[in-house]
Design a protein around this ligand. Structure first.
Ligand code: CUK
Ligand code: CUA
Length: 674
């Protein structure tokens, strides 16, 4: 007998009620379930919560159907991915697959289109299946985040990726030429003409031709050679917004000395046309403890000053447009000597092994933290520009780069506490600096024109523990939104139950809307070390709910192999002397058509899958047993699976998303005939 919907529901409800009563009785040994708590006070008492806890809960709790005010894109660290998290609910909505194959999204596990993306970052030596993501960036219009594109770097392999915020999928990965590791960046120019990205550890360059080819360029590692032949790079990856791709042919790169470059920022307003990065290891140490040298970290921390790099990127762009520089390994490079001669690069002294490089909302100051010095040093952009113009140089570095006089460009130094790293801003003229050693966040007042009585610390809040970056909504843009601050902590120690010796990291949400900061929530992160996050107002995001019918998500254009229902077919033909079986298939609840897919052993098999649904959420998966293949086809999506039918057999194919009551029946066979 069939149940009506009403009967079904009432049956379900009765079942659940009965279950609850039964469970209550068994737990209480037959003593009867306690009455539902009636008041806040009772719940707080039962759960052992303080009033502060209850307030924090009310400030973060976001019931289903109500949306967060902000979305945070956090780097996934070693996972090579990007995390999408709601603020203030601190719920993880999605992990965007970027540098690491991800089976749920079929990324690198089936769809040919995604393999193409992953291949884009191939360095020519070996396939890479992970990344070390650090710094996400959102595309900008007039320096404001516009919510269209997301960029992120892979420190370990010197790569950068483009993610569309229409479908939250990765569209492109590129290897930054002449560079082994990249750290600072991604950071977009005010209208996303370029995405700036800077190397971290210097790369051995070819002594004759310059440049670096992975697996080919070898230079013996000696202190002498390091100074002479190792180089850093400051790269401006041209971004073609229409195509949504980096274009190396329009990109350019500036050769840097082998200091260890670190965080990047690109200016707007008064700093428009300028790009920055901090650095360390002006000592040019290379290590060598076994040879009696100081260990690397000591060798790198001798000097009292390292160099904030100032790059005049608009001037460099002009220089390149007029034919300056030379193409080395696929990108136009301005050699260091040339950059110095053309006045494209200047250094500014910055105290002891700094970290962080952050621009105040008006684009008027650059803040660099001491790391080994308890101060944040604030540089005035106007003063930097004037010092360059008036040639107020204190010396040249060993590579001939003019070093501006510290006193001429510094605006303020704020003693914030021990181990300052990164600074973020709000809408009320406050800055927030993370203090790694003190386990705290310092809130300090920016000086004029933000506050007449500024440049001083007003409050500190403890965090748990070892904070790296901070993130506030739309910081490092002209209009930060304030309200919340997320502290991205490396250690969680006892904040969460033990889940083995590898502890989750800890995102702590802090309310910064009031006079006093309040800690609201601890969110464990158990899949890598998220270094940085960018937070954007949710209304700036305009994602698709489904794709238009037959879309290739890579291009957002109609997929040439898309079909409609009724057009399913199998074709076998020869291509360049090889047999190819092409299968045009559709997916709809709860049918894969055709459900028997036949090919002959040795064939190249191409399956063109179109999800012909228009319903939100009606995603179908497509896996082939024992073939290491799984694809995900969102409503309206068309994608390609390609493989060689290397072994005869009958293999189950099935949908890997529980899509309907007959989901388990959404299956079929791949038949490879001998
Ligand atoms: S770095 Cu990780 S805490 Cu890569 Cu931005 Cu400062
Ligand atoms: Cu489609 Cu399960």
């Amino acid at each position: 007998t069939k149940l009506t919907r009403r009967e079904f529901l009432s049956f379900g409800g009765g079942f659940i009620a009965g279950f609850a009563v039964g469970a209550g009785i068994s737990r209480l040994g037959g003593g009867g379930a306690p009455a539902a708590p009636a008041s806040f006070a009772e719940i707080m008492e039962q759960r052992g919560l303080t009033q502060q806890d209850a307030i924090a809960a009310l400030k973060t709790y976001t019931p289903g159907g109500k949306y967060d005010e902000f979305i945070m894109f956090a780097s996934g660290g070693h996972s090579g991915q990007v995390l999408v998290i709601g603020v203030p609910s601190m719920r993880l909505y999605k992990v965007i697959a970027v540098f690491t194959p991800e089976p749920w999204q079929g990324y690198g596990y089936g769809l040919k289109e995604t393999h193409e993306v992953l291949k884009g970052g191939y360095n020519g030596i070996r396939p890479l299946s992970w990344g070390d993501t650090h710094h996400p960036e959102i595309s900008r219009t007039n320096a404001e985040f516009d919510g269209e594109w997301l960029f992120i770097n892979d420190k370990a392999n010197g790569r950068a990726a483009v993610i569309s915020l229409k479908d939250f999928e990765t569209k492109q990965i590129v290897k930054v030429p002449n560079t082994q590791t990249v750290h600072g960046g991604c950071f977009a120019t005010p209208n996303t003409e370029y995405v700036a990205i800077v190397s971290q550890y210097a790369t051995p360059w070819d002594p004759e031709k310059g440049g670096y080819i992975p697996g080919e360029t070898y230079v013996e590692l000696t202190e002498e050679n390091y100074k002479k032949y190792f180089r850093g790079t400051y790269t401006f990856l041209a971004f073609d917004r229409k195509r949504g791709r980096f274009d190396l042919s329009k990109s350019f790169q500036i050769e840097l000395p082998p200091y260890t470059q670190d965080l990047v920022a690109v200016g707007w307003g008064p700093s428009d046309g300028l790009a920055f990065c901090n650095s360390f290891n002006t000592e040019l140490a290379v290590g060598g403890v076994l040879k009696g040298k100081p260990p690397l970290e000591i060798g790198m921390s001798q000097n009292d000053f390292d160099y904030l790099h100032v790059i005049l990127w608009k001037k460099a762009e002009q220089y390149v447009k007029e034919g300056g520089g030379e193409v080395i390994n696929g990108i136009r490079v301005i050699r260091l000597k040339e950059a110095v001669k053309e006045g494209l690069i200047y250094f500014v002294p910055e105290p002891k092994s700094p970290h962080g490089c952050d621009i105040t909302p008006n684009g008027d100051y650059v803040c660099v933290s001491g790391k080994l010095d308890p101060v944040v040093t604030v540089y005035s952009v106007e003063k930097i520009k004037r010092a360059i113009e008036e040639k107020k140089f204190e010396k040249k570095d060993p590579y001939g780069v003019p070093v501006l006089k510290f006193d001429e460009v510094v605006e303020a130094q704020i003693e914030v506490g021990l181990g300052p790293l990164h600074t973020e801003f709000d809408d009320k003229g406050y800055a927030y600096t993370s203090l790694f050693i003190d386990n705290a966040v310092a809130r300090w007042k920016l000086g004029p024109p933000y506050n007449e009585d500024g440049w001083k610390v007003v409050e500190r809040i403890p965090i748990n523990y070892n904070v790296g970056h901070l993130a506030t909504p739309e910081s490092n843009s002209p209009t930060p939104k304030g309200k919340y601050l997320v502290s991205l902590n490396k250690w969680s120690i006892e904040r969460f139950p033990l889940v083995g010796p590898l502890h989750p990291q800890n995102f702590q949400l802090i309310d910064i809307s009031g006079e006093r900061m309040q800690l609201l929530y601890d969110m464990p992160i158990g899949l890598g070390e998220p270094h940085y996050a960018k937070i954007i107002s949710i209304e700036k995001l305009k994602p698709l709910d489904v794709y238009p019918a037959g879309t290739d998500p890579l291009t957002f254009q109609p997929h040439p192999k898309a079909i409609q229902q009724g057009q399913e077919r199998i074709e076998r033909k020869q291509e360049n002397g090889k047999w190819v079986t092409e299968i045009y298939a559709t997916l709809i609840r709860s049918t894969i058509t055709p459900d028997i897919m036949k090919a002959k052993v040795g064939d190249i098999v191409r399956i063109y899958l179109t999800n012909v649904e228009y319903t939100r959420d009606a995603t179908h998966g497509f896996c082939i047993a024992e073939y290491n293949i799984n694809a995900s086809l969102e409503p309206g999506e068309t994608g390609t699976i390609e493989f060689v039918a290397d072994k005869p057999g009958v293999y189950a194919i099935y949908c890997t998303e529980f899509c309907s009551p007959l989901h388990l029946e959404m299956a079929g066979w791949l038949v490879i005939e001998p």
